[in-house]
Design a protein around this ligand. Sequence first.
Ligand SMILES: Cc1cc2nc3c(=O)[nH]c(=O)nc-3n(C[C@H](O)[C@H](O)[C@H](O)COP(=O)(O)O)c2cc1C
Length: 200
Amino acid sequence: MLTVGLIVGSTRPNRFADTPVRWLVEGASARSDLRLSVLDLRDFALPFFNEPAPPGYTNGVYTDPKAEAWRKRIGELDAFIATVAEYNHGPTAVLKNAFDSAFLEWQRKPIAFVGYGGVGAARAIEALRGTAIELQMAPIRHEVNIAMEPYLGIVQAGRSLNDYDYLVRGRALMFDQLVWWGEALKAARQRTAAQSSVAA
Ligand SMILES: Cc1cc2nc3c(=O)[nH]c(=O)nc-3n(C[C@H](O)[C@H](O)[C@H](O)COP(=O)(O)O)c2cc1C
């Protein structure tokens, strides 16, 4: 069973993020191949990165206890999904900061994105794909883009994400791909760990 962290990528009051979070939790609960845990950035209250040295120089250790708690939680998980809001054509500052607030714990793990907004947060997701690669993650191709029509349908016309078949299909494909990559990389990480403990 793959353990997946669902990172809630916006923290403002009245955020739309709660809608895709509920929908992803519901979709995940119908599957037996993954266990989803919600990582709400509101709960972690990470400070904006203010470390005296980059984590690459400290073996990934942070001086701030909140960043330490965050990175330890990230280290417990096999794969990630982030809900992505687009703020001025980029990701939210809090989400980018969450990536900067862990280091080794991201490595060799897959991540999928569920974006919403005018163009389904496609521009913000593209930016995050580069961030994920720099962190030695595997960003998976399948993403869910909740673009203007379903976004307004939900916010203004009382519709639900389940009213949009292509989004429901996209969610299933995204989960399928995340599990495939997650299991493959988990096995590879375990193999590497076993080899290095034999060599030690
Ligand atoms: C500061 C700010 C900037 C925004 N910029 C964009 C944008 O560049 N593209 C877009 O599609 N939507 C933009 N929006 C609209 C958001 O897509 C919409 O408000 C969305 O609900 C934000 O996510 P949240 O509700 O989870 O915070 C912006 C919203 C905010 C608050």
